[in-house]
Design a protein around this ligand. Structure first.
Ligand SMILES: NC(=O)c1ccc[n+]([C@@H]2O[C@H](COP(=O)([O-])OP(=O)(O)OC[C@H]3O[C@@H](n4cnc5c(N)ncnc54)[C@H](O)[C@@H]3O)[C@@H](O)[C@H]2O)c1
Length: 266
């Protein structure tokens, strides 16, 4: 018997990294899973998740005995997000858990951030979360049940030099989630946020392995009171599991998984 037997989870950015770890963690507790990823190309310094990554994750989830539907999706496209949510409900019968995890990063001094970079970050990290929330909320309202978790960042809790555009999107996610939490508080739906610090995924370590950390990681290491360059995706999944198995009393909360960074804010 798992904690999530019979539940259906929809995870954006589910092809790899934290999204893949979340898919495996929820499936291990009995949930059936939809993973959505493999967006249109963007102008970034690292590659995005692919359809091959989606298939690999689906295979790993199925090996745990769960159903897993991979959907090629770009969260910047509202019609596609609506269609993916409709497909989830028609194929698996419900949408109980939403993990709005898709995100992209770009670093650099504010006066060098181009409009293209700004728009890519806003369109995915903030507008994409909005599209996902908007598509899932009516389904959860009808069910009178839902567990929504959005992935912000420790960058959504503080200023960090050369991450201004990224951090602005991640602060925005928290405002969006807290406001929705209040809108649906009487309807059996909780909305919470997780804020990981640097996490070992292709976003910060595109080459893989344990090589010398890049500039971003070195900066974050300075920011982490617990002196580690990063946490593992599974560390974030434990926080996610806590929030989605809650009986319905935790909403509008922000869970920092921040190697002690929480001690420096508020
Ligand atoms: N890795 C870190 O250090 C770190 C720290 C704090 C927060 N985060 C956040 O965690 C989340 C997961 O990132 P990760 O660390 O697993 O990195 P990742 O790059 O491995 O995974 C992100 C996934 O999101 C997908 N994605 C990006 N834009 C998309 C779009 N428009 N539509 C659909 N899918 C899209 C990517 O293809 C990728 O598979 C992101 O929101 C990220 O901003 C990451």
């Amino acid at each position: 018997m798992g904690l999530l037997d019979g539940r259906v989870a929809f995870i954006t950015g589910g092809a790899r990294g934290q999204g893949r770890a979340h898919a495996l963690a929820l499936a291990a507790e009995g949930a059936n899973i939809v993973i959505a990823d493999a967006p249109r190309p963007m102008n970034l310094t690292y590659p995005l998740g692919t359809e091959d990554d989606l298939r690999d994750t689906a295979k790993q989830v199925e090996e745990l005995g769960a159903v897993c539907i991979p959907i090629t999706l770009d969260v910047r496209e509202p019609d596609a997000v609506n269609a993916a949510v409709a497909e989830t409900v028609s194929s698996l019968g419900s949408l109980d858990i939403l993990v709005a995890n898709a995100g992209v990063v770009s670093t650099g001094p504010l006066d060098e951030v181009t409009d293209e970079t700004w728009n890519q970050l806003m369109d995915t990290n903030l507008t994409g979360v909005f599209h996902t929330f908007r598509a899932a909320t009516p389904v959860m309202r009808r069910q009178r049940f839902g567990r929504i978790v959005a992935t912000s960042s420790m960058g959504g809790r503080m200023g960090i030099p050369e991450l201004a555009a990224y951090n602005a999107t991640k602060w925005g996610v928290i405002g969006l989630a807290k406001s929705l939490a209040l809108e649906v508080a009487k309807e059996g739906i909780t909305v919470n946020v997780i804020c990981p610090t640097t996490t070992r995924t292709p976003m910060v370590q595109p080459v893989g392995g344990d090589d010398v950390p890049d500039d971003l990681v070195r900066r974050m290491m300075k920011a982490n009171p617990i002196p580690q360059p990063w946490i593992e995706p599974e560390d974030v999944s434990r926080g996610l599991l806590y929030l989605v198995t809650d009986p319905g009393v935790i909403t509008g909360s922000v869970l920092e998984i921040g190697l002690g960074g929480s001690a420096r804010i508020h």
